[in-house]
Design a protein around this ligand. Sequence first.
Ligand SMILES: Nc1nc2c(c(=O)[nH]1)N[C@H]1C(S)=C(S)[C@@H](COP(=O)(O)OP(=O)(O)OC[C@H]3O[C@@H](n4cnc5c(N)ncnc54)[C@H](O)[C@@H]3O)O[C@H]1N2
Ligand code: MOO
Ligand code: MG
Length: 425
Amino acid sequence: MVERRKPIKVNEAIERLMVYSVKGNQEMIPIEQSYGRFLGEELIADHDVPLFDRSPYDGFAIRSRDSKNASRETPINLEVIGEIGAGSVFEEPIGEMQAVRIMTGAQMPEDCDAVVMLELAKEFEEDEKSYFQLKRSFHSGDNVSFKGEDTREGTVLAKKGTYINPGVVALLATFGYKHVPVTKKPTIGIIATGSELLQIDEPLQPGKIRNSNAYMTQAQIERAGGQAIYYGQFSDQFSVCFEQVKNALEKVDFLITTGGVSVGDYDYLPEIYEALGAKILFNKVGMRPGSVTTIAEINGKLLFGLSGNPSACYVGLELFVRPIIRTFLHSSQPFVKKEVAVLGGDFPKPNPFDRFVRADLTYQDGKLIATPSGLDKSNVVSSLASANVLILLPGGTRGYQKGSEVKVLLIEDQMGTTYENFNRK
Ligand SMILES: Nc1nc2c(c(=O)[nH]1)N[C@H]1C(S)=C(S)[C@@H](COP(=O)(O)OP(=O)(O)OC[C@H]3O[C@@H](n4cnc5c(N)ncnc54)[C@H](O)[C@@H]3O)O[C@H]1N2
Ligand code: MOO
Ligand SMILES: [Mg+2]
């Protein structure tokens, strides 16, 4: 008699799993390699930015009070006594009706408090001295970029666990991080099981398929911020797979297997968990695809038994492995971001389980439109390539019509969300 498994809800599965999430340690890496990593420490401004008042324009630094009476009818002439390019400092005193030619980014001379753009100054020479004519008055602070206006010393600019995007890289450079503290990537082993699997470069043979899951999961792990270690593909033999799983488990932070997790004659993963003495957290989830996703724990280490079916494997990884990777990286938003979209095509298939439909998200007239990206079967691989979201269709309905409001999971987004937001109905 085949084993009857009792499905649990997706959120219940996530909650059981997250009990075993762990957080990683820090390492220092060169800033050039920091893009796409996760901050290992809070980023706090240790000085004001800018550190000095500076000119935001090419122009003339003036003492605003000298311009008080300037107007179209009564223009004034200011003498230009020097010039400063960005990176230089003008230290001489500036007297009444005097100005300094100043370039964008240069530090304001101490005696000046406003900048006249070059376009407003009519320059001329007289008695070998330089002057410009000005036809309007300026207030103190006009056209000055002030010390600390960008950010103040002591401000927390990014939390530990923040995804390092190019903007964060700019901040790191601004504060002198030649080396950046990041969290070490978790190592995630991958083992593909299946006697039908061909190596990627083998010619096709009757009854056999190429192993796509191994490479797909490597890419997904990298997108999530982990370090994938591929341990190879193995035929459906208990002893071979058991040894591989046992050995790989010792070397990695988490282990993924694909295939062999259902109730078939050659699905050996359940026996392997038993032989290892691992605790099964769940072996059936009320979702499609990926209902067979099985997660076990041994000595605090998680073993992700993902389905062999490519789409089920893909969804299982995004829902269960990704938050574990992101939590390891100290992200406070480890879950896939959820948004509201309009369903771009009918989805008539009724389903008792929650369904995660591969879909393509586009923008039309200010709305997000999510359109299923191909055949919605768990063993399908072609609908994955153009999928940038998973449409979440709650179970227990007779299907969904085009135009319905649906929730979508943004699998290409890097910012993520909290469990509370992810779980919100
Ligand atoms: N009697 C039942 N049969 C099945 C059930 C069930 O509840 N009762 N569940 C079905 C569901 S749902 C899924 S999903 C699959 C899960 O199967 P397994 O996780 O055990 O995976 P396999 O049997 O090894 O393979 C399934 C499928 O995927 C292909 N595959 C496997 N590995 C790869 C790979 N690395 N790259 C590409 N494709 C792969 C494999 O050839 C099979 O076609 O079970 C259902 N059956
Ligand atoms: O795990 Mo299966 O994908 O529900 O078809
Ligand atoms: Mg199977």
